[in-house]
Design a protein. Structure first.
Length: 426
RNA sequence: GGAGAGAUGGCCGAGCUGGCUGAAGGCGCUCGCCUGCUAAGCGAGUAAGGGGGGAAACUUCCUUCGAGGGUUCGAAUCCCUCUCUCUCCGCCA
């Protein structure tokens, strides 16, 4: 959420920036709502002031055993009016708030201007695409042939967009999670947390999934609980409604969670394989930091995510999301895209964003720079480090061999009982 | 699932026979004083959000004692609903 004062004072800028993201903002509507809100507030507050003063008078008279019946009768009318105005005021505040909740974050000045993902500039490439002397297969063909991935039975158990992992694949899933968590905790300074996999709606509002993206989430029937779409939600909300000590910043957290997404609106895309599932595992990186540090913290977090791919020896590139492709809450985002030879293209495997104070304002996460100063909103930065299912897909496609076997990256050997290659077992 | 207790400021903890209580006291923290250093001691200050005024320091008003409703001229204090925490019983991985 953007700051009310900021929006009021920079309406043209907000209008211009949101237009870059394809929104047509009704500025006059906002001005009307905002004025309405302030008008009502002024009126009801002056009545409350009057009531407070007269109440003091009543208290004194009662104490002196004097009669107060007359002014009590007078106050009855005032109180009734306050009640009316209070509900109008609350409605006006809610209206302004709802308007603000619809507004996306303002992109940072360094974000490239563009319409869609086709306009995202590549800012870095690492490694090289492996060469094959045969036609590389898609990961699902590799996995099914090895009898370690089973989409048919997953569909029987649940439905489309789920997968059943078997033997070395399920072991590799665990191995990847542990490899990533160990790397981030032992070498990158993150604190590991294991969170609830369901969150309440306050948490979903805090990170910006609600109210705009309700249809993307799975909600439990009869409960105010949602299956986490990403660990970003529970981890960021660890500090919701808290005032952090400035000396404790920055805070680094990493968490493994499964992620649940309805993928509404993506019908027909990536219907095969593990790329786009209703449930997938992810290791997330989340930072809380001082405002002046957030862009540096984003660069650092990106490097932490890259280290995972470098350790696995997977070729990737980094793109900087342009204004038209930027997510709702982000001020700046880098996507890491891993090379998938079976598909012959790069696919997003991590998305690292600086949310500036956008989430912090919604989630009310503040800090005190030093013990004598006022509170300020923290900045939040987060990114995948990495999406586990897509990492497995990348390994299956990049490390496949002519005989159908798959070479296991060396860093995973110790997590897989020394196994070095996945071969078809008769 | 059954029975009971509770939720107050950064933390602990009074108030809960309704009216100078935004809230005693303590801890912590900040500034100052003092003791040769440290520890202790003394004094002052120390909630958040919002509206108005001011260039600013600041000032003024409103709101907030788990959340939401109600009673009342007036609610941290009374009533209702919900959420969460704790204790006991039952059940269970």
């Amino acid at each position: 959420m953007l700051d009310l004062k900021f929006v009021r004072e920079h309406l043209d800028l907000v209008k211009e920036k949101t237009a870059q993201q394809g929104m047509d903002l009704d500025v006059s509507e906002f001005e009307r709502l905002d004025e309405e809100r302030r008008r009502l507030l002024a009126e009801v507050e002056s009545l409350k002031h009057q009531r407070n003063q007269v109440n003091r008078e009543i208290a004194e008279r009662k104490k002196a055993k004097e009669d107060a019946a007359e002014i009590i009768a007078e106050m009855k009318a005032v109180s009734a009016r306050i009640k009316e105005l209070d509900s109008l005021t609350n409605a006006a505040i809610t209206a302004v708030n709802d308007f603000l909740l619809q507004l996306p974050n303002i992109p940072d000045d360094t974000v490239p201007v563009g319409q869609s993902d086709e306009d995202n500039p590549v800012v870095k490439t690492w490694g090289e695409a492996p060469q094959f002397d045969f036609e590389p297969l898609n990961h699902w063909d590799v996995g099914v042939a090895l009898d370690i991935l089973d989409f048919k039975r997953a569909a029987k158990i649940t439905g489309a967009r789920f997968s059943l992992l078997k033997g070395p694949a399920s072991n590799m899933e665990r191995a990847l999670i542990n490899y990533m968590l160990d790397l981030h905790t032992r070498e990158h300074g993150y604190t590991e947390v294991l969170t609830p996999f369901m969150v309440n709606s306050d948490s979903m509002y805090g990170t910006g999934q609600l109210p705009k993206f309700a249809e993307e989430s799975f909600k439990l029937e009869g409960w105010d609980y949602y299956l986490v779409p990403t660990a970003e939600v529970p981890v960021t909300n660890i500090h919701r409604d808290e005032i952090l000590d400035g000396d404790d910043l920055p805070l680094y957290y990493t968490a493994y969670t499964p992620c649940f997404r309805s993928e509404a609106g993506s019908y027909g895309q990536d219907t095969r394989g593990m790329i786009r599932q209703h449930q997938f595992d992810k290791v997330e990186l989340v930072k809380f930091c001082r405002p002046e540090d957030s862009y540096d913290e984003l660069e650092g977090l990106l490097a932490n995510a890259e280290a995972v791919l470098q350790g696995l020896g997977l070729h990737y590139r980094i793109v900087s999301l342009c204004t038209g492709d930027l997510g709702f809450s982000a001020a700046k985002t880098y996507d890491i895209e891993v090379w998938l030879p079976g598909q012959g293209r790069y696919r997003e495997i991590s998305s690292c964003s600086d949310f500036t104070d956008f989430q912090a304002r919604r989630a009310n996460i503040r800090f005190r720079p030093d013990s004598n100063s006022k509170t300020e909103l923290v900045h939040t930065v987060n990114g995948s480090g990495l999406a586990v299912g897509r990492t497995m897909a990348a390994i299956l496609e990049n490390n496949q061999q002519a005989d159908g076997s798959v070479v296991i990256p060396e860093v995973l050997h110790k997590y897989m009982g020394g196994m070095t290659v996945i071969e078809k077992t008769a």
